[in-house]
Design a protein around this ligand. Structure first.
Ligand SMILES: Cc1cc2nc3c(=O)[nH]c(=O)nc-3n(C[C@H](O)[C@H](O)[C@H](O)COP(=O)(O)OP(=O)(O)OC[C@H]3O[C@@H](n4cnc5c(N)ncnc54)[C@H](O)[C@@H]3O)c2cc1C
Length: 525
């Protein structure tokens, strides 16, 4: 959406690391929140969003979201988005912590419908060019301003100049072993912004979705909250109801589930879809049914095994209402950003709406200059870089170990001592692999230079870079979680289970500085 919204006078290059279509946006099921019904209003949507944010929602950002979301939906409908309807009205569903049915949907594939439409529209947009399979690695800074980035594309490693860079790299759910997110959600944008010196905000706040499928050998596929909104019921392993309201905010329900799982020493609970009714299930959730049946499950007859999983990252690169970061020329939109809309906890289905509303803010973007250009495709020398096979194997194993560690210590329930221990372990992994040294020819490639990268180098690079990014971003997240000695929103500390008035502040991280805090409403520079 960001690429469509940028001023048409600009030349836009859309970079995407995945060759195949895969992103959290594509996977979004439930829908997008906007107050469009006559019994709803932006002020009710505002109140629900701020209540969910547990004191850390930025009122100005929330105002922008609730005011602009209906207009964004209107524009999407004009572009041709097919949302479900009830007669002449748009059909709406209910998700946790919403006081009204305000979640608009296209069956259980809202994200797919949205992304496919936007992709189509982009093809007709003469000022936008797409590079599939281009991995952005570092930002290019000149005199403290962002003027481009380093990337690997088409067997070359080099630099692209730009009047502005917009990060839209998604979240970091895949830093955790149990997650609903795709593997690309490893926080690349956060890593790049951090290394460039941008301010990061509230990285400790992660939302854990209560109902991810927990079936042996299957991915932790999301079972949309809208199922519970339509009547699906959580059951304990003895078949009795969990006893917590299905529509509790996600953090509270996830904790109630984890406690029950600890009590019963089970790895999962059960979600009974039967109360929704077969007709509604077939009409509104066909993709969920299809995927479950493909896995050999019988969703219409038997409850499905579920457990909480990392789902959405509230924290990210701090931005203002223009989606601008603390570095001139750098912008961030979507899950990579901390726009202030979600605070400590996201109201369900506010994230797609946030993507649309904040992308719309980019229509006012004023680039530092518009020197889109590159030295790609010039004659170049080969990259002088090789690493041993054993290091690659170690890096792969270390990545999986780190994901399990993040889940254990920074998952639904956290303890200060375990977080400190994990910080030590992640630091040791980093030192053992000494990736910064191994990757030096890439990390220290002079700005403006270009190198050929062989297939073998690329394979090695991808494994080591993956480990490096994950380690860096996990450490930042763990440090933020250790720093906040209270519980609030998506961050729950067993050793500090109450929300403390002193902590009703954002946490801030910037390279070379100690972690600090900022009051709600305080500008980030
Ligand atoms: C299963 C699931 C269901 C969800 N359901 C809903 C819902 O119903 N409603 C809702 O509001 N929200 C939902 N969410 C959350 C919402 O989908 C995401 O917050 C939102 O789509 C994020 O959009 P994004 O553009 O920031 O990131 P993404 O859609 O993840 O896109 C990020 C893109 O950046 C690319 N990228 C990453 N790093 C690099 C790099 N270094 N170089 C180049 N490219 C890179 C990735 O390959 C990807 O294509 C859901 C999330 C999941 C995982």
């Amino acid at each position: 959406m960001a690429a469509l919204e940028l001023p048409k006078a600009l030349k836009v290059l859309l970079l995407c690391r995945d060759g195949e279509p895969r992103s959290a946006s594509r996977w979004a099921q439930g829908g997008l929140a906007a107050a469009v019904r006559s019994d709803d209003s932006p002020s009710l949507h505002r109140a629900d969003t701020l209540r969910a944010s547990a004191g850390l929602g930025e009122p100005a950002a929330v105002d922008l979201l609730v005011r602009e979301a209906p207009g964004c939906v209107e524009r999407l409908l004009k572009l041709g988005l097919q949302l479900d309807r009830d007669g002449s009205q748009l059909s709406t569903t209910l998700e946790a912590a919403h006081s009204r049915r305000r979640v608009l949907h296209a069956q259980d594939q809202t994200g797919l419908a949205l992304v496919e439409l936007l992709e189509q529209r982009l093809k007709a947009q003469a000022n936008v060019c797409s590079l599939q399979g281009g991995l952005a690695t570092q930002l290019w800074l000149k005199a403290g301003k962002c003027c481009g980035l380093q990337l690997i594309y088409g067997g070359q490693l080099g630099w692209l100049q730009a009047g502005a860079v917009v990060l839209a790299t998604g979240g970091g759910g895949h830093l955790f072993a149990n997650t609903t997110n795709p593997a690309s959600a490893r926080g690349d944008g956060v890593a790049m912004a951090w290394e460039a010196g941008a301010v990061l905000r509230d990285l400790e706040f992660v939302q854990f979705h209560p109902t991810a499928l927990m079936h042996p050998g299957a991915p932790h596929f999301l079972l949309s909250e809208a199922l519970r909104g339509e009547g699906a019921q959580l059951l304990k392993s003895d078949g009795k109801p969990l006893g917590a309201s299905e529509m509790l905010p996600r953090d509270q329900l996830s904790r109630a589930m984890v406690r029950e799982m600890q009590r019963s020493a089970e790895q999962r609970l059960w979600l009974d879809l039967k109360p929704v009714g077969e007709t509604k299930l077939q009409q509104q959730f066909p993709m969920i049914l299809k995927r479950c049946i493909k896995l050999g499950l019988a969703p219409l007859q038997q409850p499905l095994p579920v457990a909480p999983a990392a789902h959405y990252w509230m924290g990210g690169v701090a931005t203002n209402l223009a989606a601008a970061c603390s570095i001139a020329g750098l912008y961030a939109v979507g899950e990579v950003a901390s726009s202030g809309i979600h605070g400590a906890n996201r109201l369900a289905s506010n994230s797609l709406s946030e993507c649309l509303v904040m992308a719309h803010q980019l229509r006012m973007l004023n680039p530092l200059s518009n020197p889109v250009g590159s030295n790609f495709n010039k004659k170049v020398s080969s990259l002088n870089w090789n690493c041993e096979q054993t290091l690659m194997l170690k890096a792969q194993q270390a990545s999986e170990k780190l994901r399990r560690l993040c889940w254990q210590v920074a998952g639904v329930e956290r303890w200060g001592s375990s977080l400190e221990e994990a910080i030590k372990i992640a630091t040791t992994i980093q030192q053992e692999l000494n990736l910064s040294k191994v990757l030096k020819p890439i990390l220290e490639q002079p700005q403006g230079e270009l190198h050929n990268v062989s297939k073998a180098q690329l394979t090695q690079f991808e494994v080591l870079w993956d480990q490096r990014q994950r380690n860096l971003v996990s450490l930042l997240l763990l440090k933020a979680a250790a720093f906040r000695e209270e519980s609030r929103g998506g961050h729950f500390r067993r050793d500090a289970p109450a929300a403390l008035p002193y902590w009703c502040r954002h946490s801030l991280q910037r390279i070379g500085e100690k972690l600090s805090t900022a009051a709600v409403g305080e500008a980030i520079n």
